[in-house]
Ligand binder design. Structure first.
Ligand code: PLP
Length: 425
């Protein structure tokens, strides 16, 4: 039934039956968790051969002793492998430790305090609050990097084809204190959005509008994480930048956290040769060299672009049925009710769900009281504040199929109950 067409009497009946259903869930002592955007044990096991793969053979392309210090920007074969994921040249690639978030944090710090190698251009030397554009809903840890470093976040809407570029361009033209923008261009967290070719092309031109110490933080965390073979591709940002001469305005990031091991993968970054030289120097102040043995293990496991595609197909086989259950519950339980909207992602790790305005916190609370843990409402917005109080991030990778099935039944009931109660109030 459509919520806004129900009579008061129908709504009251609905409320009674939903309350009964909800109380039954509550009494059944559930303990389910849809919060964790991390790979399941089954997914991690897909890479377990990485532990034996070297078999004491540390021979590598440049014949260096990988057990020793050095190789700050990574071993050549690993650069080649992940340059392809980011769509840059191997000589524009840096391989880091196990976390791309660390590289992103360091890059933001580098701009803030060191002006990307030109102290006179450090953001904080301008003596004004530094700002970043934050497409919303977005990834909470991007926001916390900025919050931690005292950078103000300016939300811009994330549309179906990427950030609202009219707003982005307008803001950049009118406010020189905006020094960066966060982008998750393929299967973004949490909406699953893939930026269109036109949006990628406009982002490549931001370096012409903004000051020369502005950077696009292009976090391609889900670059190869399709759930189906026909998922949309992403245009190549660096190629567009070459067209406009804006290569220095972008930093690209990625990692194998959701390809091999989230806790023991490799992170990588792509940037112009000038940026790479400066950033590597900066990195060298905090370490003498990364774990090159892990880099070699990753090359032996994944081999090449085809190897990555095949490996990701195995991940999709584990993940896709989980997403299917979530979507089945949403379609069957809430489709046509006018109570909610959600995305149907073709990759990534999340389903982004919107309640009617003002209900996300209530739904999360109701679900928690019935034993289903959801990501706190607001987490997908800077400072934890969703102005519409409607977005909820659903992360189905870790629970079993049966657990997702039960958790989603509870979730749908909570959404319906909260919506009917709101309509009656
Ligand atoms: N970027 C995005 C968009 C993510 O969703 C995540 C993890 O959920 C990360 C980065 C974390 O990456 P890493 O494990 O390489 O630090």
């Amino acid at each position: 039934m459509q919520l806004d067409q129900a009579t008061t009497e129908q709504l009251r009946d609905w409320e009674t039956s939903l309350t009964q259903e909800y109380q039954q869930f509550k009494a059944s002592g559930l303990n389910l968790d849809l919060t964790r955007g991390k790979p399941s044990a089954e997914q991690l096991s897909l890479s377990d051969s990485i532990n034996e793969i070297l078999n004491s053979d540390l021979s590598n392309e440049s014949n260096t002793d990988l057990r020793n210090y050095g190789g700050l920007d990574g071993i050549p074969e690993c650069k080649r492998l992940f340059a392809g994921v980011l769509g840059v040249k191997p000589e524009e690639t840096l391989i880091g430790g196990n976390s791309s978030l660390t590289l992103m944090y360091m890059a933001v710090q580098f701009g803030l305090y060191q002006g990307f190698g030109d102290l006179a251009k450090s953001w904080n030397s301008e003596g004004r609050t530094v700002k970043f554009l934050a497409p919303v809903p977005g990834y909470d840890r991007h926001f916390s990097v900025c919050e931690h470093l005292g950078i103000e976040l300016v939300p811009v809407a994330l549309k179906d084809d990427g950030p609202d570029m009219d707003a982005v361009e307008q803001l950049l033209k009118s406010d020189p204190t905006i020094k960066g923008i966060w982008c998750v261009p393929r299967f973004s967290n949490p909406t699953g959005t893939v930026y269109s070719d036109q949006v990628v092309d406009r982002i490549a031109q931001l370096g012409k509008i903004a000051s020369d110490n502005f950077r696009v933080f292009w976090d391609n965390a889900y670059a190869v994480h399709s759930l189906s073979n026909d998922a949309p591709e992403l245009a190549n940002l660096m190629d567009s930048c070459r067209k406009y001469g804006t290569e220095d305005s972008v930093y690209l990031f990625g990692s194998t956290s959701k390809i091999t091991y989230a806790g023991a993968g490799v992170a990588f970054a792509g940037m112009s040769k000038a940026n790479l030289k400066a950033f590597t120097h900066h990195l060298g102040m905090s370490q003498i060299g990364p774990d090159k043995i892990n880099q070699l293990r990753h090359v032996r496991l994944l081999k090449d672009a085809d190897g990555i595609t095949e490996h990701m197909r195995q991940h999709a086989a584990v993940l896709k049925p989980r997403f299917d259950i979530v979507l089945k519950h949403l379609r069957e339980g809430l489709g046509g009710t006018g109570m909610a909207s959600w995305n149907e992602p073709q990759g990534g790790y999340f389903v982004s769900f919107d309640t009617l305005p003002g209900l996300a916190k209530e739904v999360v609370k109701l679900a928690a009281e019935a034993g289903v843990k959801l990501t706190p409402a607001g987490a997908t917005f800077p400072y934890g504040k969703d102005p519409a109080n409607s977005n909820i991030r659903i992360a189905p990778s870790v629970p079993s199929l049966e657990e997702i099935d039960r958790a989603m039944a509870v979730f749908v009931t909570c959404v319906k109950l909260a919506s009917v109660k709101q309509r009656l109030s």
